[in-house]
Design a protein around this ligand. Structure first.
Ligand code: PMP
Length: 315
């Protein structure tokens, strides 16, 4: 069973409209976002390239565009645009002089202190926070992990929309992940209320059947993953593999030749078994391994053709 990664929080954070020491970035306990989960967030990864002594930060624009979509759905009022948020992220990383793989966490949240979960209030203030930490693997990417089809269902779009990264909705993730861990699995796959495959606890899912990549559509209550989209792009361009986007049945999981999770945090994490059904020989499959190598090389700035998905930071 995977252990929780230890976190090493960087020295500086950004809160409200300024940079400050992380330990000074504090909020009142009655902050609306804490009381009701009324915040949205993103997780962005930066990869340290040792040879070049540079940090490569992946898909920054895509994450910051998505955070604004999440704000819109939750009716938050952001006061920075994508360019301004990008500059804050870059500045923060420069201040923190990170020389490891890092994880950056921007979040817009309801900063007012009041009782009542309504997100609209005459004098409400919304605020912005960005923190960064060192982060290696979130899921073990070196083996085939063991996964449980969760008894918890994926939140439906008409309850809390999964396409918005709303903090409160990660209670759904917490429940499925904890149940999986307590049952001896590394992670979990959700089904929708209708019983079709949705995604992992905090990552999207691909299966491989007869040499074909398959993933479910964005109307299956999944987060519209940036990595999911990118994998479809590079699989086609570099491996000549089209992805079939369609509903996936639970029983297809058990007879898949390969399966993997993907996400900014999860990267490409091969799945070895699902509900104790071993996929292939239980080790990372050949298509998964090829994609994983390609993805890792791109993230570290080693593939010239894909450098435009990265922001390069040197100190
Ligand atoms: N689904 C959920 C629920 C997630 O939290 C994440 C992580 N952001 C993903 C999928 C993967 O999305 P992305 O590739 O954009 O990081």
């Amino acid at each position: 069973m995977a252990k929780n990664p230890a976190i090493s929080i960087h020295e500086y954070a950004f809160l409200g409209k300024e940079f400050m020491k992380y330990q000074d970035a504090r909020l009142p306990v009655m902050t609306h976002a804490f009381m009701y989960g009324t915040a949205v967030f993103e997780g962005i990864r930066g990869y340290w390239n040792k040879e070049e002594q540079k940090l490569y930060v992946l898909h920054v624009r895509e994450h910051l565009e998505r955070i604004l979509q999440s704000c819109k759905i939750l009716r938050l009022q952001p006061y920075y645009n994508v360019e301004e948020m990008t500059n804050i992220v870059i500045e923060l990383l420069k201040k923190n002089k990170a020389q490891n793989d890092v994880y950056i966490r921007p979040s817009w949240f309801k900063a007012c202190e009041r009782i009542g979960p309504n997100v609209i209030g005459a004098d409400d203030e919304d605020s912005f926070v960005v923190t960064s930490i060192d982060l290696g693997d979130y899921l073990d990417t070196s083996k085939g992990i063991s996964v449980q089809v969760s008894s918890w269902r994926r939140l439906s779009d008409n309850a809390i929309p999964a396409r918005a990264k709303i903090n409160g909705s990660y209670v759904n993730t917490a429940l499925s992940k904890a149940t999986a861990h307590l049952s001896g699995y590394d992670d979990a796959i959700y089904l929708t209320e209708e019983g079709h495959v949705a995604e992992g606890s905090a990552m999207n899912l691909f299966i491989v059947r007869n040499g074909k990549l398959i993933t479910c559509g964005i109307t299956e209550n999944i987060l519209e993953g940036i990595t999911r989209k990118f994998i479809m792009q590079i699989a086609k361009a570099e491996l000549g593999l089209e992805t079939e986007v369609r509903q996936i049945d639970r029983s297809e999981l058990y007879i898949a030749d390969e399966a993997f999770f993907c996400g900014t945090g999860a990267q490409i994490a091969p799945i070895g078994s699902i509900d104790h059904y071993t996929l292939g020989d239980g080790k990372p499959g050949s298509i998964t391994s090829k994609l994983q190598k390609l993805y890792t090389d791109i993230c570290r700035g080693k593939v010239a053709k894909y450098k435009d998905v990265l922001i390069e930071i040197g100190y």
